[in-house]
Design a protein around this ligand. Structure first.
Ligand code: C2O
Length: 613
């Protein structure tokens, strides 16, 4: 049992260290701590300055010594100015109206986002018809709160109950709104072109719940009804879904009860990657290949850091965490400035792909959105994603609040409830778990202590090698990501930001106009000021900002296969970690991992996102 051994050698943090000039005063004490991690020897000599040259005078020209944006400008005005620019320079449709799911009678079969000639699941993803009108949602008046347990902690009795509920769902005829197939199709309809924005006046524009700020609330509602339907099927009003606690070393293998058990296990799915059966340790930075030579201790350690980056460093404001604005008239993929949130693009995509079977034409089931709902694991992956929203909000960090824009609050979806009635539900009604009458079992959260270990030595970018500078200077946008690329990003709006500056604005690296092939699993990694061989990185260094990951997705069949997205990575903590808070420019290294042959990047810049309480 490799994974078991693995768990026994992971050591919890024992030391507390405050970073100089850190943002930590706004964080709870846990964030001040550093993790004890496993030293990975192959990267141990990266601080070596050998072979690096001081730039000749001419090359220094690319490194301005005064910040253009801060000269003679009052900082508060600058912040306000940037804030205004930030929120209005996007697609004007952003202020139009919220995304509104139309009547289900407008749903059409999905045809996009997968190889339509070679599918193992149906493309007819529309929900069963009904003549009844859509009802208004009412909050449950359950007496007890359903407590979702961590899957690795559940009892035999719970497992038996869970399996009997899934079996009851599988036993329903497919055209029943509560059937296993109907529930699976919900995901396909909302992701693979089942609906348009006709209810908001845009009948030609598809409705998409991934890749922007609907990701968390849509899945919260989806699970809410799925859980209540299961409870109803076994006549247990307290039934709660388990969550796959993959962010905790104790939960980093697939829970056993999803495996074949000699009988017919309703929680089993044949379309999974068989290399990733227990006791394989999950890779939360998965890029399509198992990393040879990475011990499970190193894997766990890397997973912890990846989680920290995605939950804290890269999640410092609502848009960075939830994803960018997406309102009526926006195409989540092809226009505007939709950006994907830190968790969605990161561990979420990784777990999907890690579970799906790479030998299937579309990596069914979990590796493609159209089929993901057919694997019961999908719902326990997503309960944990939903839990991340709760944990993020509870961190007591300024900026960790839901979007307040009316277009987010009033976006709506339509589901069959546990009484087979269609109800319309709004984002604004899913913000408080106590009103929805469910919660999560509390378990240790070790990634809270897993801020990457700060470099003791400043990452001295003035000592870049001549080749690096030349390469970075030669980079032209749109930048093709057919190989590792280096870019110098100039003019941070404010350098050496004060604690107050940091409280008022989140500094992010914005990677825009990422064009990618919608039929591929796409992933690239992003490093800041890395002065070592990034192709050997496991993603656990302080220079590792994070990844852009996309499952094969949908696209407009009338256009080419390219989709467009954007992503933000937090710089406030990262620049502290690498000792570069005073630098006016940063070196960004982009590392294609999978599916990046056609990827191009339109723009990379540093941006200040205002933080409000
Ligand atoms: Cu709707 Cu995990 O995706």
């Amino acid at each position: 049992m490799t994974s078991f051994l693995c768990l026994t050698i992971f050591t919890p943090p024992t030391s507390t260290k405050t970073l100089q000039n850190s943002t930590s005063h706004r964080r709870s004490e846990s964030f001040l701590k550093q993790t004890h991690r496993f030293k990975i020897s192959c990267i141990a000599d990266r601080d070596d300055d050998e072979k690096r040259l001081i730039l000749p005078e001419t090359q220094k020209l690319i490194l301005p010594t005064t910040s253009l944006d801060t000269a003679n400008v009052d900082r508060r005005n600058l912040l306000l100015g940037l804030g205004g620019l930030y929120s209005t320079s996007l697609n004007p449709a952003a202020f139009a109206a919220p995304i509104t799911t139309p009547d289900i009678s407008t749903c059409v079969p999905s045809s996009i986002g997968f190889d339509p000639t070679n599918t193992v699941r149906t493309k007819a993803c529309c929900p069963p018809a009904t003549s009844k009108p859509i009802k208004k949602f009412e909050f449950p008046n359950d007496r007890a709160t359903r407590i979702r347990p961590a899957a690795h902690t559940v009892s035999k009795e719970y497992i038996a109950k869970y399996k009997s509920a899934i079996k009851a769902m599988r036993d329903l005829p497919d055209d029943h709104p509560h059937s296993f197939v109907s529930q699976a199709k919900i995901h396909c309809a909302y992701c693979n072109g089942g609906y348009t924005q006709v209810a908001s006046g845009f009948p030609k524009i598809e409705l998409q719940i991934h890749n922007a700020w609907l990701f968390f609330p849509f899945h919260r509602w989806y699970l809410y009804f799925y859980e209540r339907i299961l409870g109803k099927l076994i006549n247990d009003p307290t039934f709660a879904l388990p969550y796959w606690n993959w962010d905790n070393p104790a939960g980093m293998t697939l829970p056993d009860f999803f495996e074949e058990d000699g009988k017919v296990n309703p929680a089993f799915d044949a379309y999974r990657n068989c290399n990733h059966r227990p006791p394989a340790t999950i890779d939360l930075n998965y890029a399509g290949n198992d990393i040879l030579g990475l011990s499970c201790g190193q894997q766990i350690s890397t997973n912890m850091i990846v989680m920290y980056r995605q939950m804290v460093t890269n999640a410092g404001d609502p848009l960075s965490f939830f994803g960018g604005k997406y309102s009526a008239g926006d195409d989540a993929i092809a226009n505007g400035d939709p950006s994907v949130g830190s968790i969605e693009a990161g561990c979420h995509t990784a777990v999907h792909r890690w579970m799906g079977n790479p030998r299937m034409p579309n990596s069914e089931d979990m590796g493609n959105f159209y089929s993901a709902g057919y694997d019961p694991v999908f719902y326990v992956l997503h309960t944990n994603i939903d839990r991340m929203w709760k944990l993020w909000k509870e961190m007591d960090i300024k900026g960790h609040t839901e979007p307040r824009e009316p277009d987010w609050l009033n976006a709506s979806y339509v589901f069959y409830n546990e009484n087979e009635e269609l109800v319309r539900v709004y984002n604004k009604d899913c913000v408080r778990l106590e009103k929805l009458k469910y919660d999560y079992e509390v378990v240790p959260i070790p990634w809270k202590y897993s801020r990457p270990v700060a470099r003791t030595k400043k990452s001295n970018i003035a000592l870049l090698s001549v080749e690096t500078v030349k390469e970075a200077q030669d980079s032209k946008f749109p930048l093709k990501l057919d190989k590792i690329r280096k870019v110098l990003v100039m003019k941070r709006p404010i350098i050496n930001r004060s604690l107050e500056d940091k409280e008022n604005a989140n500094e992010v690296l914005l990677i825009k106009e990422i064009m990618f092939n919608s039929h591929k699993f796409v992933k690239f990694d992003v490093f800041v000021n890395a002065q070592y061989d990034v192709s050997e990185s496991f993603g656990d260094e302080s220079e590792f900002a994070g990844s852009f990951g996309q499952l094969p997705h949908n696209h407009n069949p009338n256009e080419d296969m390219l989709m467009r997205s954007a992503i933000r990575f937090g710089l406030t903590e990262l620049l502290e970690d690498i000792g570069a808070t005073n630098d006016e420019f940063i070196l960004v290294t982009l590392v294609p991992k999978v599916g990046c042959e056609e990827v191009t990047i339109g723009e990379i810049k540093v941006q200040l996102v205002p933080i409000t309480d």
